[in-house]
Structures are given as structure tokens and as C-alpha cells.
Write a protein that binds this ligand. Sequence first.
Ligand code: ADP
Ligand code: MG
Length: 542
Amino acid sequence: MASVSGAQVIAESLKAQNIEYMFGIVGIPVTEIAIAAQAVGIKYVGMRNEQAACYAASAVGYLTGRPGVCLVVSGPGFLHALGGMANATVNCWPLIVIGGSSDRNQETMGAFQEFPQAVRTSIYGRPGSCYIDIPGDFVTLQVNKSSVKYVECCLPPPISTAESSAVSRAASVIALSKQPLLIIGKGAAYSHAENNIRKLVDLCGLPFLPTPMAKGVVPDNHPNCVAAARSTALQHADVIILLGARLNWILHFGLPPRFRKDVKVIQIDICSEELGNNVRPAATLLGDINAVTGQLLEEFSKRSLKYPSNSEWWKRLRETMLNNEERSKGLALQKSLPMNYYTVFHHIRELIPKDCILVSEGANTMDIGRTMLPNYYPRQRLDAGTFGTMGVGLGFAIAAAMVAKDRTPEKRVICIEGDSAFGFSGMEVETICRYNLPVLIIIINNNGIYTGLGADAWKEMLKFGEPATCVPPVSLLPNSHYEEIMSAFGGKGYFVKTPEELQNALKASLTDKQTPSLINVMIDPQSDRKKQEFPWLTRSNL
Ligand code: ADP
Ligand code: MG
């Protein structure tokens, strides 16, 4: 009688659920699961920290709509993965974490039957993370092959539409609006609603604003994108159509002073608990964004709803956009050294391909980069997200590169990191080199968190005492050669200080489509902040 091991059963049942990618760190008792997964054709990526592995698995869920698996050992392995699970849950991204625990005689029982349920739970309704606990002795246990029955692959999530009365109420509210604004969130990106939303924008002539990860659902260079007038648009809109975005901190809770007190919100979301959060909505459309946008399109064409492009509102938005664009252009063209953020992003924007996948994290690096680097395609921007998690960058970049390799090999993954953000999972550079993923990492290095010290100021400061008592908590070591981490593993590293060096390094790493590379860009440690004279001297603890 042929037999199979628990590990093989686990791998086969994951395969039966169309799981394509697994990220993790092996150890007792899960090593056999990773080996079995590879044997059935699941791509296993061994990472250097469970947290980064979990971020990677969750990004696969967002990019493909099918959960990625994160495989960890029990105890500390599982604890490291918690950061990724929390991040996925808050982002509403599907994820399955599998942890190997102790043997059953030392613990409570778990069951294989939990697999299909976990897949379904992760992708149905509002997506999120699931955890499966595998008793250690299940992994090596041999069972009769013919006695194992795999549950069929769970169906894609059912698609729900909104009540028709809510659709017509929404249309009536929009028809009466003088200053409407469409806000597109990452729920719209996740639900692949780009074609319908694009049609809605074109048909109705509405100004729109993407949230950070929704950039590219409708291209940033679309004439109706008012991102360059974000504050004005939010502050003065009288009707807001919220497509898969939450009224959380990213959208200033939908409350004054960033919004009008009397703003009418039309909320479209798949999660009913989300409806009415912070603001009492004028209409709630509970359903799948793509389907509901289809319903709105139908209703709008019935009523021939078109917002006039010569309205006062459009005039005001266009003027604000022009002014704001001029201002950042001024900063970008500054010639002084060390460079500032705007100069660096200006050169990056000039040279990177239009269809690249952008991963970004860090404080100023992410915020300024978001406004300076356009996205033209949906689901091609991954960042610190709803939870504001730093350390996601390298895991996300690895996931995006793995998915791109299989689906869109021509697309380059470019990961733009603050120096502090890079530090959270810098060792994943080894993973990138081991799997030969042509990721380009750009570190915008200001020697610190938010702001740092230059080498001279650092030396001055050390005269005041021991580092533990005088190094500002925001400071990191100046002039750190992070690019050497990349060259240590066979990739290409560049240390750049001038626009010319930056351009050359970018050109070289973009031309070489095979080799992973890292460009460490030194910028003014005080960039984007008013110059402060030795701020640590005013601290009371010194
Ligand atoms: P952003 O960060 O872009 O503001 P959020 O993560 O806050 O976006 O919001 C995304 C919203 O999209 C969540 O409330 C989630 O429930 C919702 N969502 C996810 N998938 C779908 C879908 N298929 N249809 C409708 N809403 C969805
Ligand atoms: Mg920094």
C-alpha cells in the first residue's frame, strides 16, 4: 500500500487550492513541508527573517488575489510572523501562515480540514490573514495514500452588487453636487476594478484622487487626476465617492479641518462594518467595487450624468495643481550638494521605466517619493500601507519580483527605501541574490530616522560624551556603505553623492537586467527640514 507523509498531504492540499508561492524559514518540524511544497511545484523562497517572509507572502496575496503562504516554526518563528499577519489584516490582504508546533501528545489537536477553510476565509469578504497550526508529528506521520481525499479548490469569491435603491440615491447625490471628488483606494486595485473606474472617470468627467497604493488604477497622468491639488480637493469637495478606501488616518478620518463638515460621502465597500465609520454616509453601496462601479456606470449613462469640465471647481483645482507643480520643480532643480529629496526623485523619475513596479518605504522617502514618482498601472505600488509598517520593503520587492518573473518578466522591480527602513530587513539582500532576482534597491540615505547628522556634525557631537548619552535617537551612523551588503553577495553596489553619479548608477543598473543592484544615495541629512544648529544641545537630559 503506497503511503504519504503529513508534509506531502499539506503540500498537495495547498496545491489543490492553487497556492503558487511559499515564503518562510525552515526548522523543526516544518522543513519537510517546504521540501514537499517544492516537489509539488509550489515555489518556495527561503527568507532570512519570518517577518520579511510574511510581508512577502501577503504581497503575493495582494498582487495575485490568491493567498501566499508563510511557513514558520513555532514560538519565535510564529512571533516574528505576527508583524506580517497584523500588516496583512490591516491592509485587507489575503495571507496564510502555517506554523509547525509541538507534537500532538504535547499539545491540543489541529486538523488538516482547516486548509480549504483558511483559503476561503483569507479571500472571501474582506480579505485578511489566517493561521494554521500543524502539530509536529503530523509532518512525518505516514498515512495510506488512498485514504487521503483533497478538498476541491475553493471557488473565487462570490461577487455581490449593491442595492439598486442605494445606486440611484448615490446618482442623485452626485447629480446635485457642485464640487464632487472621486477617491480611489487600494480595495479598488485589489478588486481589479481599473477598467470600470477608468470608464466612470471618462464618462462622468469627475476629478479623482488615488490613495497611495491606489496610484495607477487610473494612470497618474490622466487629466482628471488631481493629486497635485490633494489638500484643496479634500477640503472643498461637497460630495465624495469613496471607492475601496477607508476614512482612516490616510484620509484624515473624513473630518474637519481636512474635509467640509457637511461633506456628503458615498461609500462603496465590500465590508459592511466599514460603512459609516467616522462619517455618516449619504449613500452606502455594499458590494464588490468592480461590480458596483458597473452599476454606477449604467445608472449614470441612463441619466446622462456628466460633470462639466468648465466648472468653477475644475478651474480652481487646475490652478492649484499648476502652482504646486511649479514649487516642487524649483526644489528638484536645485544644484547644491549634498542633494535634497526632490533632486534625487527628479533624476529617478527621468530614468526609470514607466511600467516598473515601485516598492517604497521610509518617512520622507515614501512621502516625497509618492508625489514625485508617477504610477501608470494598477497594483504596481507597494508601500508601508495602512499600518505604516517599516521593514516591508524587501519582502514586498521579493514577492513582486517572483510574481513578475512568472507573469510580466519585462517589468523591473525598484525598491526605494529610507536608510532606516532598509535596516529592518537588510539581510534579505542575500535572499534577492540567492534567487537571482533583478531587484534594484535605491537607499535614500540621510543618516537617520526623519533626519540625521553629517559626518562633521557627528564628530563634533561625540565631543560631548559617550554615544549612548549624546547620539540623537533619530541618528544612524553617517556615511554607512549599505551598497557593500549588495556587493558582498555578488550583486552590484553603488555609492553616490552627486546627480551625475546617480544618473550613471541608475543607467548601469537599469541596463543590466540580470543582476540585483543597490544604489546608496547620500543626501543632505537635514533635507526637507529647516537647518537646526545642534538640536541635541537643547535636550534636557544632557
Ligand atoms: P487605502 O489604504 O487605499 O485607503 P484601504 O485599505 O483603507 O485603502 O481600504 C480598502 C477597502 O477596500 C477596505 O475597506 C476593504 O474592505 C475594501 N475592499 C477590498 N476588496 C474589495 C472588493 N473586492 N470590493 C469592495 N471593497 C473591497
Ligand atoms: Mg533616513
